[in-house]
Design a protein around this ligand. Structure first.
Ligand SMILES: O=C(O)c1cc(C(=O)O)c2c(n1)C(=O)C(=O)c1cc(C(=O)O)[nH]c1-2
Length: 234
């Protein structure tokens, strides 16, 4: 099989998102139509917290495997973005505030009482994928971030307009991601395009991105099962 050009590989990666990114999942579609009940929105926020808190963990694993100081210098910013630093509380704290804005008390978020078993398995599978696979595949699995910014900006509008009961100051998390996610995606894509040496590497990167889409899809499958549509939310 021939090596794909950068344009072809980029197109193949984008195709994965067009087919399988979590914005196509019925739970997500209903969220963006304004049709989720308050309980369903709360469940989404509380379960996504388990994903959020594991992002810097998997990024620390990737960081430890990156071969050069230059790449580590860039990658480390992701950990800072989520864990925070002096003067910047970071994304995990912002997500806890999103929880408060939808009515989840901080301690309920932190003790993970709402996290569903299948969500835990899916997120742990993502972290383990980054731990066990070569670093380039782990980087490729982060490329769902290519598709996130458009979705996140839509989500901010949707939350403001269709879920007026959500306190607007809870949306800060999403605002920060609007500039962080494109920067991260550019770096990830640059690495994948530069470091794939043969078609096998390229196919493995495409498969890694498919796997990651399935992680996000599984989160929403679990939520759909545990929080089915009620007559009222339908
Ligand atoms: O709200 C979303 O739809 C969404 C999706 C994704 C994603 O596509 O993985 C991420 C995020 N948000 C996000 O906030 C985030 O920090 C993030 C990090 C990563 C990653 O895999 O490294 N994905 C995502």
């Amino acid at each position: 099989m021939n090596l794909l050009s950068n344009e072809e590989l980029t197109a193949r990666l984008r195709q994965v998102g067009e087919r399988r990114y979590h914005d196509k999942h019925p739970y997500h579609v209903r969220m963006h139509e304004g049709k989720l009940s308050q309980e369903q929105v709360r469940a989404w926020v509380a379960n996504r917290f388990y994903y959020q808190k594991n992002i810097p963990v998997k990024d620390a694993i990737i960081l430890s495997k990156l071969p050069t100081r230059e790449e580590r210098r860039r990658w480390i910013q992701r950990i800072v973005d989520h864990d925070g630093t002096t003067g910047n509380e970071g994304g995990i704290e912002a997500w806890i505030r999103l929880g408060e804005a939808v009515g989840i008390p901080r301690e309920e978020m932190l003790d993970e009482r709402h996290v569903l078993p299948a969500v835990r398995f899916a997120v742990d599978a993502y972290v383990n994928f980054c731990r066990n696979r070569p670093w380039l595949e782990a980087v490729a699995s982060s490329l769902t971030e290519l598709f996130a910014p458009g979705l996140i900006s839509q989500r901010m509008a949707v939350f403001e307009q269709l879920y007026p009961w959500i306190q607007p100051d809870g949306l800060e998390y999403f605002r920060a991601r609007l500039h962080q996610a494109p920067r991260d995606a550019d770096h990830g894509l640059e690495l994948v395009l530069r470091e794939c040496e043969n078609r096998r590497d390229q196919d493995r990167c495409i498969a890694a991105l498919q796997f990651k889409c399935e992680v996000l899809w599984s989160l929403l499958d679990a939520l759909s099962l545990a929080y089915p549509d009620t007559e009222k939310s339908r």
